[in-house]
Ligand binder design. Structure first.
Ligand code: HEM
Length: 173
């Protein structure tokens, strides 16, 4: 694809990709290490906050992650001009590929699984508030869902760290 070698197209793609990557990783860190503990600490107020914040955050993240992945895939595609061997014959190729895979898995996990899990937590939270006081089985279910959600967030965070580290050092290997 000739257009991918155009200087200005490359600059635009790099701005979109690296800008998106910064927003993606920064938001994930803020969410996991600051927002979730705060929401848990303030309990009912936290539940209310998440009902409002969750859908806004979800929409923003779906745009940011899609832009990052699409721009990254186009930047990656231009390396194929001289064949596929660079992936396993150069350390840079291997590092960019590992980073790309980690980013894509994180994207699929976020769009296909995390949203549904968060929606289930939200629906159960609303049902518990309506039942007030919540039934013991609802509390058990909520604890289980939240622990699964936290494990997925942690796994996703590891994928993001892999993507950031490999992408940042790839061209210097
Ligand atoms: C969380 C996801 C990602 C983050 C945080 C991220 C971050 C970065 C950063 C910071 C760079 C700049 C490195 C440099 O120029 O030395 C970069 C470059 C690059 N990324 Fe990613 N990236 C992610 C996902 C992806 C994905 C999914 C792909 C491919 C499908 C990809 C392909 C590339 C390529 C090919 C470059 C080199 C661009 C160039 O040579 O101009 N990235 N990425």
């Amino acid at each position: 694809m000739e257009i991918l070698s155009n200087h200005w197209v490359l600059i635009a793609l790099r701005l979109a990709h690296i800008g998106g990557g910064i927003l993606w990783a920064g938001s994930a860190i803020l969410f996991l290490f600051l927002l979730i503990p705060t929401v848990r600490a303030v309990q009912d107020a936290g539940q209310k906050f998440m009902e409002n914040f969750g859908p806004r955050f979800g929409k923003m993240m779906s745009i940011v992650t899609t832009v990052t992945i699409v721009a990254g895939a186009l930047l990656y595609a231009r390396f194929f001009a001289s064949g596929f061997e660079w992936i396993w014959t150069t350390k840079s190729g291997l590092a960019f590929t590992i980073g790309a895979l980690a980013g894509i898995i994180s994207y699929v996990l976020g769009s296909a699984y995390l949203g549904k899990l968060q929606a289930r937590v939200g629906a159960l939270g609303a049902a518990m508030a309506a039942t007030n006081p919540p039934k013991p089985e609802q509390i058990g279910q909520m604890n289980q869902l939240q622990s699964t959600l936290m494990n997925v967030y942690r796994f996703d965070f590891v994928l993001l760290v892999i993507a950031i580290v490999t992408m940042a050092i790839a061209r210097y290997l």
